[in-house]
Design a protein around this ligand. Structure first.
Ligand code: TEU
Length: 539
């Protein structure tokens, strides 16, 4: 496939560095841990890695609170380790995307510290959103994503805006110095060889400077991203993306090939998301509608059609996601009742065997759809959400900020089990205590335990990725639905000669006419496709 287009169909593996692999034995994953696992990822068959933030950070939001955009968190390694990682990945044919967090920084960022020190009315404060309150109340009624108001008051009376944690002050993107700083950060990493960026909360940088309140819902400020929301999806955000695209395009004609962006924007419907991937803006955007969809044929088909129609209309590929570091792992979601799928940890009944069966079927669906796909670390091992983490280890700020009503996102961030029969499951050669405890019953889920089992989840991913690479019909392209498929069945063909059938009903269905079975997510019975099973056919 032409290198210039690699991102249109890439399978990208998300690494959450803190929890991936620990080379130095301190219990926290690191860059040298990732380097040691590059051969594993090459063998798995993915095209690229997206590495969640690796910058110096107090880790109050797992690194999405950046204190220095041009260095590596000493807990994770050094710039020299990053250079080596990039070079070694490239040598194995793996591209590297890193995370850009442009909406906010950490309160430990030197420019925020300078703004605090410089005091009310200082030019240093203009780089952020410092305002007077209204009658002792915050300047607006905006809610923070993790709970509480989006404004924090200082002793000198000023309030500063933080759409996320209080430790994450929002940058003022109306200020030229902020704009220029991020131009320079992009060039810094492009010059070091990264292939692109995942843009954190790509719909949030521009704010309505008139600072209007948001509407109330049941007496509380709404958290909805409604059209006209003063801090999400503001028209001004597109000029920023166009500027970044122009910078990426300066690198397009180098032997390394194009540098690319993927937008993280939890924006629905797909008409709104499509604005972010117009030809002079970002290259692709996570499609979270599919992640939020239930295990339901009708709903999934609607999401697939709606997404592809809107993205293709602007020439962008679709980009499928099942899990990431912010959501309940999909094995767990699919093992729950539809209405409870995205509920918090530990509160609803879950059938993990059913969840695993559906996770297998979902993997083959995701990898057969047109466009690119993301695999979150541990998806390939079939890891479930860890729902019973003791309260005293919970680290995600949503736990604290919600007044302990939300258990938070730690359960999908538990360190990866690589080998062995007990924690820390080879998380690192010298690791004694991983930063989050791993369950006692994960030994069958380790990469080592799954390597030699031909029916393992890991080997299903490997087979699917191998077939996907070699098959002309897979990756970028179009699909045609089988309009006669019975209710509960998703069936589509892709040219040349490929068919994918997913049974989301609770009864077996006959297989359509075919030449050869390429892959199934579970054994077939007498020529029939059992419930919660996907098959790839040569048609
Ligand atoms: O997430 C942005 C986001 O809007 C949500 O997924 C968010 O995690 C959720 O509303 C919390 O309940 C991105 C990152 O992926 C996330 O890890 C960061 O915490 C967040 O931005 C702030 O940088």
């Amino acid at each position: 496939r032409p290198a210039a287009d690699w991102w249109r169909s890439a399978v990208v593996y998300q690494v959450y560095p803190r929890s991936f692999a620990d080379a130095d034995g301190d219990g926290t994953g690191d860059l040298n841990g990732i380097r040691a696992k590059l051969p594993y990822l090459a063998e798995l068959g993915v095209d690229a890695l997206w590495i969640s933030p690796w910058y110096p950070s107090p880790l109050l939001d797992g690194g999405y609170d950046v204190a220095d955009y041009r260095d590596i968190n000493p807990e994770f390694g050094t710039l020299a380790d990053a250079d080596a990682l990039i070079a070694e990945a490239h040598a194995l044919g793996l591209r590297i995307l890193i995370d850009l967090v442009p909406n906010h920084c950490s309160w430990e960022h030197p420019w925020f510290k300078a703004a605090l020190a410089a005091g009310k009315g200082s030019p240093e404060r203009d780089l952020f959103w410092f305002r007077d309150g209204k009658d002792g109340q915050p300047p607006t009624n905006w809610p923070a994503a993790f709970g509480g108001p989006a404004w924090q008051q200082l002793d000198d009376g000023d309030w500063y805006l933080h759409l996320f944690d209080i430790s994450q002050p929002d940058w003022n993107w109306d200020h030229p110095k902020v704009i220029e700083e991020f131009d320079s950060i992009l060039r810094f990493w492009f010059d070091r060889g990264v292939d692109g960026f995942r843009i954190d909360v790509a719909d949030s940088m521009a704010k309505d400077a008139g600072l209007p309140d948001v509407p109330l819902e049941d007496g509380q400020p709404t958290r909805e991203k409604y059209v006209g929301n003063p801090f999400y999806d503001q028209p001004g955000v597109h000029a920023i993306h166009q500027r970044w695209r122009a910078i990426a395009d300066e690198y397009a004609d180098t032997p390394q090939g194009p540098r690319v962006f993927v937008a993280e924007a939890w924006l629905s419907p797909a008409e709104r998301l499509a604005q972010y991937v117009r030809p002079n803006e970002l290259h692709s955007a996570f499609n979270f509608d599919a992640l939020r969809a239930a295990w339901d044929a009708k709903e999934l088909r609607e999401v697939i059609d709606h997404t592809t129609e809107n993205l293709w209309a602007v020439g962008a590929p679709a980009t499928w996601v099942l899990s990431n570091h912010d959501t309940i792992r999909h094995r767990t979601r699919f093992g729950r009742d539809k209405k409870d799928a995205l509920e918090g940890a530990g509160v609803v009944p879950t059938d993990l065997a059913l969840g695993l069966r559906r996770a297998r079927a979902a993997a083959l669906l995701e990898l057969a759809l047109p466009g690119g796909a993301y695999v979150y670390q541990g998806d390939e091992l079939g890891l479930p959400e860890v729902e019973d983490l003791p309260e005293d280890v919970l680290d995600d700020p949503t736990w604290e900020r919600s007044g302990h009503t939300v258990r938070g996102r730690d359960g999908c961030r538990v360190p990866i089990p690589w080998s062995g029969s007990e924690p820390p499951y080879g998380f690192g050669p010298g690791t004694e205590q991983p930063w989050l405890p791993q369950p006692a019953d994960w030994s069958p889920l380790t990469a080592e335990a799954q390597t030699d089992d031909p029916d393992s989840h890991l080997n299903l991913y490997k087979s699917a990725l191998r077939i996907r690479r070699g098959h002309a019909a897979l990756g970028e392209g179009r699909l045609a639905w089988d309009q006669d498929a019975p209710e509960g069945i998703l069936s589509f063909t892709r040219d040349p000669g490929f068919q994918c059938v997913v049974n989301l009903s609770d009864a077996p269905v006959p297989l359509p006419p075919h030449q050869k079975i390429l892959l199934t997510s579970a054994p077939l019975s007498a020529g029939e496709l059992p419930p919660d099973t996907t098959v790839w056919l040569e048609s």
